[in-house]
Design a protein. Structure first.
Lengths: 96, 189
């Protein structure tokens, strides 16, 4: 049975963010910016979308007077990512 | 974006976010050298270190606590520079945090019991090293952990053995050698 792919995760930046967050316990904004090779504005928009769907949690704080944004994947996010990955594998087999 | 492209993006992101084991190896080398040196200094200058009833206790608590502060600052700075903490990194941090607390409890209890804590500390160190070695899947550290546990058993079997020399050997074999080997390896988890 082929399920439709999660549209939220078909965006390359959002997919990369979720792939990083699945591996780490927490991660900061600048690291994601570096990994995704995206602009601050674009990344913020994509992160907001993921947070609104409760796939990630965003914690903002101050460190040495500088704002710091820490991100974590939620349980809902883990399930969504795992499901998306399984579906991708199924579709990839079909492509072959 | 097609399915293969999505899978390759996932792969790329996961591969870029590797567990950095160099800072972990620096911790092992630092602690191995510190405790080995402390043991040897105590052994060769025992009259000075054991001058009063509490001088050796002061020596064995003050220096390691300073060491803990240095390693905590180093690890915080490394974590900030890296920008992420992996699940393995978090597990290692928790395991060694618990070890530090257990080490303090053993030292304090040994004062009340008027007993040398080296055997208990070495056994605990060996177990924590073994957990760390299995987490990062690094064979030289597994061997080092077994060596430390063996040294602890040796103290129990041969009570007349010099615990300071055994402590120096155990920390060098269990921490410095695997630490250097981890530092020089290109291993990532």
């Amino acid at each position: 049975m082929f399920e439709p792919l999660d549209k939220l995760l078909t965006n390359p930046i959002r997919l990369m963010v979720m792939s990083v967050l699945i591996k780490v316990s927490d991660c900061d904004f600048n690291y994601l910016k570096k990994i995704t090779n995206s602009t601050q504005g674009n990344l913020s928009v994509q992160l907001k979308k993921l947070a609104e769907s409760e796939y990630i949690s965003i914690a903002k704080s101050f460190e040495n007077n500088y704002p710091k944004t820490k991100l974590k994947i939620t349980k809902k996010g883990i399930l969504a990512f795992e499901n998306h990955f399984k579906n991708l594998k199924k579709y990839q087999n079909l492509d072959l | 974006m097609n399915h293969s492209k999505q899978l390759s993006l996932i792969n790329e992101a996961i591969n870029k976010t590797k567990e950095q084991l160099k800072p972990t190896s620096v911790n092992f080398i630092f602690w191995g050298l510190l405790i080995s040196m402390m043991s040897l200094i105590h052994y060769f200058f025992s009259e000075f270190i054991q001058k009063t009833a509490y001088s050796s206790l002061f020596y064995w608590t003050t220096v390691p606590i300073i060491g803990m502060v240095i390693t905590v600052i180093y690890n915080i700075k490394t974590s900030v520079r890296l920008g992420y903490e992996t699940h393995i990194g978090r597990a290692l941090k928790l395991v060694w945090g618990v070890f530090n607390i257990a080490w303090l409890v053993i030292v304090v209890l040994s004062i009340f019991k008027k007993q040398n804590p080296v055997q208990e500390i070495l056994f605990l160190l060996g177990i924590v090293l073994l957990i760390s070695a299995l987490l990062i899947r690094f064979t030289p550290l597994i061997i080092g952990a077994i060596a430390v546990i063996s040294c602890s058993v040796l103290i129990a079997i041969l009570p007349s053995i010099n615990v300071l020399l055994i402590n120096a050997v155990a920390t060098f074999v269990g921490l410095v050698i695997p630490g250097l080997s981890l530092y020089l390896s290109k291993k990532h988890v």
